[in-house]
Structure formats: C-alpha cells, structure tokens
Design a protein around this ligand. Structure first.
Ligand code: ARG
Ligand code: ZN
Length: 854
C-alpha cells in the first residue's frame, strides 16, 4: 500500500502517558505497557494500536481483562472498541530480542540488548499508535539479570533502582518531556562508562556518559570532546540549552544506520564513537565529531520540536545536517568542510535526483518510510536551509530559528511551519522558494557572459531548467540564490560579491564599467545546489583556480578544468593536459594555501562524477582517461611529489588541523608518486604503510597499493588482515579498501571476499564495507560481464530475508541503468527483475527495486 502526504489526519486517540515494564532476557522478554488514552475530537472510532509481529497475551481496559469480542487484530494491529473519553489500556507481549535480525525494535548486539525505533520500530516492541504526532510522557521500568546486564538505561532521568533476591535487579527511568515513540530507547548490558560533566549556560549540571565495552573505553575521548563542544556550540549559535540531568550515549556494533537521537539516550553505530590513532583515520575522527553533534543537535531540532508525520522528515534531518555541517566547519576549516559536503551531495544526492528514485525533500508518497532516509532528505534538505540562511543573513536567520523553536516547542511540526517561522522571524517572502520542497530534480543553470567593449557593459544571461522526474514531468522555475563576482583578469581583483536571485526561467543581469571582459565566478560557496554550465574558457578556469578568493569557487574552477580535459579525452579528442599540470603545480607551490585545501583541489574528479558529465556513462573509457591524466600529473611533477611526501612526514601524532592537513597532503603526494609509474613507487607506499603511526597514512598507503598490481600489494593486504583482523571496525576497512580498489580483478576479489570467513551478513557495517563500497566503485561494479550486478543482487536477495532495511539500501546503484549502454542496462534490469521475482520479498526491497525498473 502507498501512504500519501495528502491523506494526513490527526490521530483519533492521544496517549498523554505510558508506563512500560520490561522483564529483559535475550530469548524471552516480557513487555507490559499501560497507556492512558484520550479520545481526540468528537468521533466514535475505535482505538487502533499498531503492532508488528506482536501477539497480545493480555488486553485490559481500565483494569479489566477484555472479552474476546471487544478487541480484534487487523494486519498486526490491535483494535479496541472504547466507549468513554479516557481509558487506561494494558497489554502484555513477549519478544525474542536474540532472534530479531532486522535490528528494528528490541534486539541483541554483542551481548547487549538495545533498541532502534525510528521510524516504525516501536510497534515491534509494544502495541501503540506508532506515529510521530502522538506525544507521551514515558515512565520505564527495566528488570534483568544483574551479572549479565549490570547497566540498565532508558530515556530521561534515572529515578530509582534496586536489587531482587533472584540475582536480578531493576531500574526506573522517567522522561519528563512528552515525546513520540520513535524516540523511545533502552539499553541493557555490561558496559563501561566514560563519565564527564557539562554546566549549561543557565548553570545546570549535566552528567555525560559514553557507554561502551570496557576494552573500548580508551577509544571514547574524541567523542566526549565532540559532545561537549556540541553542547557549547548549540548554546552559543542557536541559544539552545540541554534540558535533562543526564545525557547518555551507547555504542553498539550492529546498527542499521549511523546513530539515533533517542531523548537523553543516543544509540550509536560504534563506528561513530570509537576512535584512536591506531585504528581511525582522520575522516573517521571527523565522522565521530559530526555524528555526535548531529544527534546532540536533534535534541532541539527533532525532539523538542518533532515531525508531524514522516513526510516532514527533512524538517528535522535537513535542518540538523545543516547544523552539524556548520558546527564541523567551526571546529575545523570552513573551506574544506564545504568542499567535502558538496562532494558528498554531488556523489549521492545528484545521482538520486537524476534517477528513478528521485523525490522532493518533502515526498508526496511512500511504501516504506525507511527507504526515504536519503541523501535528498538529509543533504539536499540541508542545502535548502543553507539557502534560507544565506538569503536572510546570520542575524535574521537566527531570529527565524528562535521563533521556530519557541513557537513549536513540544509540538509535532511541519516543513511549512519552519518556512513560516523564517518568513515571520526573518522578514522574507518565501512563496516561490517553497518550490524547493515540492519539486525533485537538480536544477541546471546556464550562465553566459557577454561583454560589449564599446559601452563597457557586461550581460550575464541566466537560464534555468529542471529535468523531469518520476511523477513530475513539468517544473516551475525555482528561486535560486547565486553568489557571483566578476574578476578583472589584469588586476586579479573583483568589485565585491553579489547575491543574485534567479527566479525566472530566463533572466538577464547587466553590469556596467568593464573596459575589458571580466571572468565570471559563479555559485560561489556553492550558494545553491544546482548544476552550473558556463562558457568559460580553460584559461578563465586556470585564472580562477589560481586567483579566486572564494575557496569553494577556486576549488570548483580547478575541478572544472580537469573535467573539461577528461571529458575531451574520453570522447577521444586531442586534449591539452598541460593546463591541468600547470594548475596543479601552481596550487601545490602556493605557500599561502591551507594544505588540506591543496589536497582537495589537486584531487582528480572521481570516475563517478565524470560519468555524471556524460550522456552515456562509459566506465572503461573514463577509467582509462583518468588514469592517464593521473600518470601525467604524477610524472611531470615527480620531484615535487617526492619532496612533498618527505616534507609532510610528521614527528609524532597530533589531531591539530595542521597535522591533519599535512597527512592529507602526504597521502595525495604518495598517490601521485605511485601513479607516476616510478619504479620505487610501491616500495615508498609500502614503507609508509609499514612505518605509519596512524591509520590515516596506513590506510591511504594500502589503498594506493590496492589500485596497482605490485608484490607489495598482496603483502600489505595480508599484513593488514593479520594485524587488525580481531577489530571489527578496522577489518571493515580491509574489506572496503579492496572493494573500492581500481584494480582490474576487483569484481573477482569481491566475489571471494563475500565467501571470506570474516564476512557476515549479520553486521550491517560489514555488508556496507564490502558491497556498499563495491557498488560505489564505478569501473569495477559496471564490469561489462555484468558480474558486479549479479554479486550485489545475490547479496540483496540473501540479506533481505534477515535485514530488509539494509538490503534495500543496496538497490539504488542497480537502478541507474538508464545512464549506461544498452548491454549494461539490460544486465542491470535483469538483476532487478530477478530480485523482484523472489518469493516473500520485503516491502523495503520491493519498493526500491520496482521503482528502479520503471
Ligand atoms: N534519525 C537518525 C539520524 O538521522 C536516523 C534514523 C534512521 N532510521 C531509519 N529508519 N532510516 O540521526
Ligand atoms: Zn538525523
């Protein structure tokens, strides 16, 4: 069945309070729930409590067991006829957490018992109106074996605890803030705590706890620092204070997503908590910081103000991603963070927006909401908030967010509520801007500059078009904020940055006073999530790559310079790669640049990004052209790479921005050095692999070697496995690096790795590290034999039986068949059909595969 946004109706019954009593055991957990329900409005409809796989062992109304004909089951839900306006409902169910392989609801992971309820997992724990606009006060009692589960955690504040005489103990938790059930959580286990405290801006003391297995305690320092920084940042930047006496985070090894913002009890995929130099790369460290912040920020953008229904998901996710991006930028480099975020947006969201699964940030319909935790909802959603912040400026944006939080505190709100708060608080008319919530597809903007020497005028002709997407053949023009500057090539300066609003399909902007033709810098800072096409020459781009004072625009000019050369080479045209070599040389020789920025700027566009520039993706031609340009840059600048590689070797490990920048540059230098074909390349990489005192350099050396066919490659892969095979997160890197390798035999190696004794379908991180990474490896995944498609389809089919949510996430790469040649398209479609033909296929995979085939 299809759920539509337009079908929203307020709940028939509210649940102001719920008391839950868990008797925890991995094989048999007993859940007793007592709900105070009140009739919402004047109607005579029965109470409908969602359930998924639950059997009601007892149903009582106002203390009396119900007769069999006063209730019935309907598609898993419990329907109770009620006569009054308010009742107390009691239900009893039994669960078997250890056999819950979907990792939704209450499940077991590495000796722990934990929960994941968003979006619709609470109905797998107890009967309840499982929708975000039903907010309740929770009181939760947990009982469990004390030796096996010494720690018992739930949302809110701890109230009481005690020991029973049968070796069991109990704890009582109370959450004073009404919340939707998707924010419910509990954890029971043998956990150690990194304990700290934070005094909030009004002087309240909060106990902070990060709970992990004892052995992992030394790996929690970075997460704790990130948490304290996040709390302080939200006070300073948004005026938002934390509101409970405790804030707990628990790391679990088996988790479908990154993390979850349960009120006062965040539950994390351990990969976003645990970090030390030996096992975590700088990217991992940044991931920990960003996700800790993201989940913390949800306490206001998500929990205090939650979503009315799941069509509003971007209300909390887009806004919270925007908040965590800005936090991370403040903790490190704004320029580099923006480049990284745009790279992710282009790699994940632009692809989604141009394929069969394209949807607006506020979708109109879905079969399975889990499929809508997408780059569009999250990352494009963040870009939409960013554009509002840009148009308003910091102060007025803050006035808008203050109004939003104050007005909707304690409510389940809509995206429209947010936009209205921005309009009223910020003083802006967002009528046309609202189309960003309605229309899917990435807008294309053509920007052509015309100069008239006689009058000194410059005309910027702007044109926008939004490609058709499923269900949306025709589009209306969007309101697109474009930051623009015109550079004088003689002086290298410009007369300031202007914010142009492109609101029509076609629009002209005139500038006066240019004796000579200026050079256009447009979409500076990536002010709008659009694809810009310009008539700038390679010389113009080379100029901007050296002179633009907006770091994003400078990076972008460099990328476009490279893209133009590569697209030419792929098309078999004679190309001038000397311009690229010169721009790279110029960038690495500029002493004023931040090394982390340099490392970003000199990196060639990914094979997938090059594919996006082509009408029909040719993975082999793309790979060949990119390799050849890489070799040329490597060889022509070989002495510089050697020098840079030795110059950036650090003496001792540090996480300072300078040290991280140096590692990034060192790895880039190594990469080009090896790509140059220098005979000693693999030996240098192997030495780095061997000597590194940190995972950033070790993993980069391994990845560089994995792309080649040297003897050092096999040695490094074996050594890495022997050294880290016992540590799950590091072993994931071993799988991932091989699956992502640009190596002619990657397909066969992935097949073998799928049979490796350390591979398992029961851990989502492991699945993603092999098949997720592989399907992002364009050259290997799209191997003309079609074997890559088959491997991923096999995995989807096998995984769907135990964990449909994670299985469904592997489907989208197969849905991009329209972008490839007829042979590949047919092979991809055949795998989608094979998946769809499986008996008992989940709703999750059915939705993704059937839409992908259309
Ligand atoms: N709200 C969580 C986060 O963004 C993600 C929950 C994912 N759940 C899901 N069913 N996809 O931090
Ligand atoms: Zn989130």
């Amino acid at each position: 069945t299809i759920i539509r946004r337009s079908d929203y109706r307020p709940p028939d019954w509210l649940v102001p309070a719920i008391a839950l009593d868990f008797d925890l055991d991995p094989a048999l957990t007993i859940v007793r729930a007592t709900l105070s329900v009140t009739r919402n409005g004047d109607h005579d409809r029965p109470l409908r409590l969602d359930g998924d796989g639950l059997v009601p062992l007892e149903v009582k109304v106002d203390g009396t067991a119900l007769a069999a004909d006063d209730w019935h089951m309907e598609a898993g839900s419990l329907i109770i006829a009620l006569s009054g306006a308010a009742h107390s409902i009691e239900t009893l169910v039994e669960l078997a957490p250890e056999s819950n392989s979907k990792l939704m609801g209450l499940y077991a992971s590495g000796g722990l018992l934990c929960t994941q309820c968003e979006a619709e997992g609470f109905r797998r724990i107890t009967f309840f109106p499982d929708r975000p606009d039903v907010l309740s006060r929770y009181s939760v009692r947990l009982t469990a074996d004390k030796a096996r589960y010494p720690i018992l955690l739930a949302n809110g504040d701890p109230v009481d605890q005690g020991v029973l005489d049968d070796g069991r103990h109990w704890a009582l938790w109370n959450d004073p803030f009404p919340k939707p059930c998707y924010l419910f959580a509990l954890v029971a286990g043998d956990l150690a705590c990194n304990a700290d405290r934070f005094v909030t801006m009004s002087g309240r003391e909060v106990q902070l706890g990060i709970w992990v297995r004892e052995a992992d305690l030394p790996r929690t320092a970075h997460a704790m620092q990130a948490l304290k920084n996040s709390i302080a940042w939200d006070e300073r930047v948004y005026g938002r204070e934390y509101d409970l006496d405790v804030f707990n985070i628990v790391a679990v090894a088996d988790f479908n997503f990154g993390a979850m913002e349960n009120k006062g009890l965040n539950i994390f995929n351990s990969r976003y908590i645990l970090a030390d130099p030996e096992t975590a790369t700088d990217i991992d460290y940044d991931g920990v910081e960003g996700v800790v912040a993201h989940e913390y920020f949800h306490n206001w953008s998500g929990n205090r103000v939650t979503c009315r229904d799941w069509f509003q998901l971007s209300l909390k996710e887009g806004f919270t991603v925007f908040r965590d991006q800005n936090f991370s930028a403040d903790m490190g480099s704004h320029a580099v963070k923006r480049i990284e975020d745009v790279r992710i947006l282009r790699a994940a969201q632009f692809q989604e927006d141009s394929g069969p699964l394209a949807h607006p940030i506020r979708p109109e319909s879905y079969m399975e909401i889990s499929n809508f935790y997408t780059a569009t909802i999250y990352n494009k959603g963040a870009e939409i908030i960013r554009m509002m912040a840009l148009m308003l400026g910091a102060e007025r944006f803050r006035a808008g967010s203050d109004l939003y939080f104050d007005r909707h505190d304690g409510q389940a709100a809509t995206c429209e509520d947010f936009v209205v708060a921005m309009e009223e608080g910020g003083g802006i008319d967002l009528t046309q801007f609202r189309r960003w919530y309605e229309q899917a597809g990435t807008p294309h903007v053509r920007a052509l500059l015309r100069h008239d020497a006689a009058t000194g005028t410059v005309d910027l002709d702007l044109q926008q078009s939004i490609p058709p997407t499923p269900g949306q053949p025709d589009k209306q023009p969007m309101a697109i904020p474009l930051r623009v500057a015109l550079f004088d090539p003689a002086t290298g300066t410009h007369h300031g940055d202007e914010l142009l609003m492109l609101t029509e399909a076609q629009q002209n902007v005139r500038f006066e006073g240019f004796a000579a033709p200026p050079i256009l810098s447009i979409n500076r800072g990536f002010s709008a999530p659009v694809i810009v096409e310009t008539n700038r020459s390679q010389d113009d781009l080379a100029f901007l790559s050296a002179r633009d004072d907006d770091p994003f625009a400078r990076y972008e000019a460099m990328q476009q310079l490279m893209v133009n050369v590569l697209v030419g080479a792929i098309a078999g045209q004679p190309v001038d790669d000397a311009a690229v070599v010169a721009a790279v040389r110029n960038t690495i020789s500029d002493p004023l640049l931040d090394p982390a920025f340099v490392a970003e700027a000199i990196r060639l566009p990914s094979e997938a990004y090059l594919g996006d520039q082509m009408a029909v993706v040719d993975p082999d031609a793309i790979h060949a052209a990119r390799e050849s340009l890489q070799r040329r840059i490597g060889a022509d600048l070989a002495p510089l790479w050697r020098d840079m590689h030795s110059r950036t070797k650090a003496n001792g490990f540090s996480l300072s921005p300078a040290a991280k920048g140096a590692r990034k540059l060192r790895n880039a230098a190594l990469h080009y050095l090896v790509a140059s074909g220098a005979e000693d390349g693999p030996a240098i990489a192997f030495a780095q692999f061997h000597e590194a005192d940190n995972m950033t350099e070790r993993q980069a050396a391994l990845a560089t070697l994995a792309n080649g066919t040297s003897m050092e490659r096999d040695a490094a892969i074996d050594i890495f496995y022997n050294r880290y095979g016992h540590d799950a997160l590091t072993l994931d890197k071993w799988f991932q690096t091989q699956a992502f390798a640009l190596h002619p035999d990657t397909v066969d190696q992935v097949e073998e790795l799928g049979r490796h004794k350390a591979f398992t379908l029961s851990n989502p991180n492991r699945v993603r590290s092999l098949y997720g990474a592989f399907s992002g490896n364009q050259w290997a995944f799209h191997h003309r034999s079609g074997k890559g498609y088959q491997l991923v389809a096999d995995c989807i089919i096998a995984l769907d039986k135990r964990n449909p949510q994670t299985a469904a996430r592997l489907v989208p790469p197969l849905g991009r068949w329209k972008r490839f040649d007829a042979d590949r398209a047919a092979l991809m479609r055949a795998q989608l059909s094979r998946i769809l033909a499986q008996p008992g296929l989940s709703k999750d995979v059915t939705e993704q595969a059937s839409k992908s085939l259309e």
